[in-house]
Design a binder for this molecule. Structure first.
Ligand code: TYD
Length: 232
């Protein structure tokens, strides 16, 4: 039943973790695994995923700004991404694999920067209100839901790695952006932010021990999708 449901509606999976936790290779591998089973996969990322949101990404990652501007900018990018890419893909029945989503905002802007979590939760409600974006299960026609719901991932894979280890992995890897240039204490707070987010959403939020060897991490990723009935 849940499998049927997933096939009809598409699947939305997000990937989270502090910079350096190593999610990228597993996103590509999971896309391959779904495609091998005949599923259409939409790969995307935040901030970004649309021409407008990619422009906002460049500002967000490189320009200094006040915390509220930062929060509004990331949610503006998310709105465009949701309306023009994620919701249409889910209506088509695609598997949407998204490198970061709203949990990153709670972890980075909320826990990392200390921005008001209540305001972030309000923005989340506004920006991710379904309002018929996902359409009607039978006809795939947009419809007004009876209960206001918020669009969020069906599953969030959280690559958990101690901040010190992530810093070692990142050292010398590339020119750091505004976030990657933060001190290790910042990433400790971000990691704690993800842990708090998991406690608030235990049913969709899966922790993966990213300090394991790469193949063990991949097996954990795969196994979580097998357990859901999404992969054979
Ligand atoms: P990242 O996925 O690390 O991109 P790349 O692998 O190309 O560096 O994301 C970019 C940065 O944006 C990362 O440091 C986290 C930050 N970020 C936020 O601060 N808030 C958010 O809501 C999102 C989605 C990302």
């Amino acid at each position: 039943m849940s499998n049927m449901h997933a096939t009809m509606h598409g699947l939305f999976i997000s990937f989270e973790g502090i910079d350096g936790a190593g999610k990228s290779t597993h996103i590509a591998a999971l896309a391959e695994a779904f495609r091998a089973q005949g599923r259409a996969v939409t790969l995307s990322r935040e901030p970004g995923g649309t021409p407008l949101a990619e422009k906002l990404r460049a500002l967000f990652l490189n320009d200094a700004m006040d915390p509220l501007t930062e929060a509004l900018l990331i949610f503006a990018a998310r709105r465009d991404h949701l309306v023009s890419v994620i919701a249409p893909a889910l209506r088509r029945g695609d598997v949407v694999l998204c490198d970061r989503f709203t949990d990153a905002t709670f972890a980075y802007q909320g826990a990392g920067r200390g921005f008001d979590m209540k305001l972030l939760a309000t923005l989340e409600q506004w920006v991710q209100a379904d309002e018929g974006l996902l359409g009607d299960p039978a006809g795939n026609q947009p419809m007004k839901p009876e209960v206001e719901t918020v669009i969020e991932p069906h599953l969030t894979l959280w690559f958990d790695l101690p901040a010190e280890e992530a810093a070692l992995r990142l050292a010398g890897a590339r020119v750091p952006d505004r976030f990657e240039a933060q001190p290790v204490e910042f990433f400790r707070r971000v990691a704690q932010g993800y842990a708090d987010r998991q406690r608030g959403h235990p049913e969709r939020f899966a922790r993966i021990d990213a300090s394991q060897p790469r193949d063990a991490v991949w097996q954990a990723v795969r196994q979580l999708c097998v357990a859901k009935g999404w992969l054979a």
